[in-house]
Design a protein around this ligand. Structure first.
Ligand code: SER
Length: 479
């Protein structure tokens, strides 16, 4: 079953059950806690909190989502995408647990001829929150799932929240058993590679306070109404229904891998783990980049723009590591392919084709210049480090690469890791801080006509600052 069909069946199922179809919101919805929309319920948050009255009591959507917190997992695991589609059904003070569970179960297990996904019920394992006897009883007594296939899990796995303060509640997740070749028996508690989470049903009923940490909840009290927020991972369901090994081999991503293979002259799945990871990174990151540019992001040096820049640059580097020559531009062709694949569900990509391709190609061109300028210095630094029997590239080299050649520290870290080396990040950060102080002092001197030396004293007193890097930019770390 193709991804576009999975999407359509989802929407049809819930429209039939009285839900209003709501188009996906932009990835850039304004929420102080979020860099990008990262769940289907984000656009509905004010309805859950009772801040606004929804024009419907039941809604369904397939929301574009971006999560970059797990960027380093992309291509390595079978199921991490930086862009994904979350299909959801929502009840605003209308139905609650019983209907939410029944709606999900019927869509998953109804036959394909009957509008469902035709999944064998024996392969499905629900989980419920520790004390949620009610949800467990519905699964066991009304749906008929054997008690031994229902697992109870704690706050970390089965209590969902968005932001602090924000709506929250216990949840029930549905896992698909991929079979013994994927891991050990025993349900999701035993192995989340074999048992893949496909759908999360959140019984949104409370407001979370500033408890801090994922496990440290402070429940401030109940929401004005009991609500339902569910999220089904469209790519994961596609992976399982298409019987492919991982999400990158599904129908909307595999053609990008095939194109990258054609452009680079290397084969996917030919025995090189590193190459296969690069192919999957290209497919994932190129798609996320096209979707971000389509929603108005431009490459930049901080915030959203930096995330896009990093994604595009990783595509360029991965293509080069697959053997495309330094002068070979491939971005335009790759992004064009992404648009061909995604436009049937997101027609706005077609109307913006020219802009999306131009922005991506512009970044490829400027990054090529950066690489041409800095790669020799990097290679010299790496060789000198190895010659001296050291394993860490000096902070001063990383700083020069950044300061003179425009190499972001992430790039130096990645290239060092590929060469089997580390980077003295503390040294790098200290030099960056020094430079900042110098700039500040210069500005003061320009203003007052004499140098303000106190800033140096202040810097020396504080000592080196900690490098928090990319994570600091990614605000989903806060939810
Ligand atoms: N909000 C929940 C999630 O993102 C269910 O939609 O998993």
């Amino acid at each position: 079953m193709q991804t576009h069909d999975i999407r359509k069946r989802f929407l049809d199922h819930f429209i039939k059950a009285g839900h209003t179809e709501v188009p996906s919101a932009s990835l850039l919805l304004d929420d102080p806690n979020l860099l990008f929309v990262n769940a289907g319920m984000v656009p509905f948050k004010p309805f859950f909190l009772g801040e606004r009255t929804p024009p419907y009591s039941r809604a369904t959507s397939v929301q574009k989502c971006v999560r970059t917190l797990d960027i380093d997992e992309v291509g390595i695991t079978t199921r991490h995408n930086t862009f994904f589609q979350m299909a959801g059904n929502f009840s605003f003070g209308d139905y609650f647990k019983r209907e939410a569970i029944t709606f999900a179960w019927t869509l998953l297990t109804n036959s394909v001829d009957d509008g469902g996904y035709g999944i064998d019920p024996q392969k499905l394992w629900p989980t419920v929150y520790l004390d949620d006897d009610e949800a467990e009883a519905i699964w066991r007594d009304e749906i008929g799932v054997p008690a031994e296939r229902i697992q109870r899990r704690g706050m970390k796995d089965n209590y969902w929240s968005m932001g602090v303060p924000g709506p929250c509640g216990p949840c029930s997740e549905i896992f698909f058993d991929r079979g013994p070749e994927y891991g050990v028996e025993g349900g999701p508690e035993a192995d989340e590679d074999r048992y893949i989470e496909i759908w999360n049903l959140v019984f949104m009923q409370n407001v979370r306070g500033p408890g801090g940490g994922k496990d440290n909840y402070e429940i401030l009290g109940p929401l004005p109404k009991q609500n339902i927020d569910t999220g089904m991972g469209v790519e994961r369901v596609a992976c399982l229904l298409q019987g492919v090994d991982n999400v990158y081999e599904t129908d909307l991503l595999k053609p990008i891998i095939d194109l990258a293979a054609e452009l680079s002259g290397r084969a996917y799945g030919a025995g090189s783990h590193d190459d296969d990871v690069r192919f999957r990174v290209i497919a994932d990151h190129a798609r996320t980049s096209a979707m971000l540019i389509g929603d108005g992001v431009l490459p930049g040096n901080d915030g959203r723009g930096y995330v896009l820049r990093r994604l595009l640059r990783r595509v360029v580097r991965s293509m080069r590591l697959l053997g495309t020559g330094d002068d070979k531009a491939t971005m335009g062709t790759i992004i064009g392919k992404v648009i061909d694949l995604m436009a049937p569900s997101y027609p706005e990509l077609e109307t913006q084709r020219r802009h999306i391709v131009d922005v991506a190609v512009g970044e490829e061109t400027s990054f090529a210049k950066t690489l041409a300028a800095g790669s020799k210095l990097f290679a010299d630094a790496a060789t000198a480090t190895k010659k001296a029997s050291r394993t860490t590239i000096a902070g001063a080299d990383a700083f020069t690469l950044h300061d003179t050649y425009g190499f972001p520290i992430d790039l130096t870290l990645e290239m060092a890791a590929e060469a089997g080396l580390a980077v003295d990040q503390e040294g790098f950060t200290a030099l960056m801080a020094e430079q900042k102080q110098r700039a500040k002092a210069d500005a003061t001197a320009r203003k007052t006509g004499h140098a303000d030396l106190s800033v140096y004293r202040d810097f020396l007193d504080r000592g080196p600052t900690e490098f928090t890097g990319f994570d600091e930019l990614v605000s989903e770390a806060r939810i």
